[in-house]
Ligand binder design. Structure first.
Ligand code: BG6
Ligand code: MG
Length: 215
């Protein structure tokens, strides 16, 4: 079955917000009295806000009640929102907009598949929102990646069979999610970390849409 639509993760694929998530989680960990490394952060990519907090607390050997969990998640999100409020077009990752333009010109459908509740704000701030036929974000799904819900909703919104969709992902959890629903998946980042993807690119610079022809 040939590819008719692309589903893009947001954080770390379209924009480098993965770094802002990392800085905000690290700030929280440090306030709570422990360190948080970039390697630790890999496990949080694609994972929901509250699950990310739980993983972080496990790393720091901390246990807190549910009310405190919500407070801590809010604290991290407030910092994160402050960072992303300053974003503009210059933070679109190299080659991304050109790739979206080529997809449109060649009749491919485009969806966003992100579990972030801040996705709309980011897409608006960087001026990419109009490229997307469908936006599935953290306000529309119950289960975060590696559950495939976010991508299945994307395919459904595009009116495509999952096998006609190709996912672009920078997170291990996202690659697992795409695989669970039989979608093709292109990893964006390091080959070493994303070895379960069908292919891995280091970014969109100089990447042509004929990359979608791999099977
Ligand atoms: C994902 C990120 O896209 O969104 C995760 O990879 C993040 O790191 C998740 O935790 C939820 O984001 P937000 O913006 O709703 O806290
Ligand atoms: Mg991501």
């Amino acid at each position: 079955m040939s590819i008719k639509g692309c589903i893009f993760d947001l954080d770390g694929v379209i924009v480098d917000t993965a770094k802002y998530h990392y800085i905000a989680w690290k700030r929280l960990a440090n306030e709570l009295g422990f360190d948080f490394t970039e390697e630790d952060n890999e496990k949080l990519k694609g994972v929901s806000r509250i699950r990310s907090l739980e993983l972080l607390l496990e790393l720091g050997n901390k246990s807190v009640d549910d009310k405190t969990k919500l407070e801590l998640a809010d604290r991290k999100n407030n910092w994160y929102v402050e960072y992303i409020s300053k974003m503009d077009k210059s933070e679109i990752l190299p080659g991304v907009e050109n790739f979206l333009i080529k997809l449109k010109e060649n009749g491919f459908k485009i969806a966003l598949g992100s579990v972030s509740k801040n996705a709309l704000t980011i897409l608006k701030n960087v001026g990419l929102i109009d490229y997307f036929d469908v936006i599935v974000d953290g306000t529309k799904v119950i289960n975060a990646k590696p559950d495939p819900e976010v991508f299945l909703k994307g395919a459904e919104g595009l009116n495509l069979n999952p096998k006609e969709c190709c996912v672009f992902e920078d997170a291990i959890a996202g690659i697992q999610a795409a695989k669970k629903c039989n979608m093709k998946v292109i990893g964006v980042g390091s080959e070493e970390i994303l070895s379960d993807a069908d292919i891995v690119i280091c970014g969109f610079e100089n990447v042509d849409i004929d990359i979608l022809n791999f099977t």
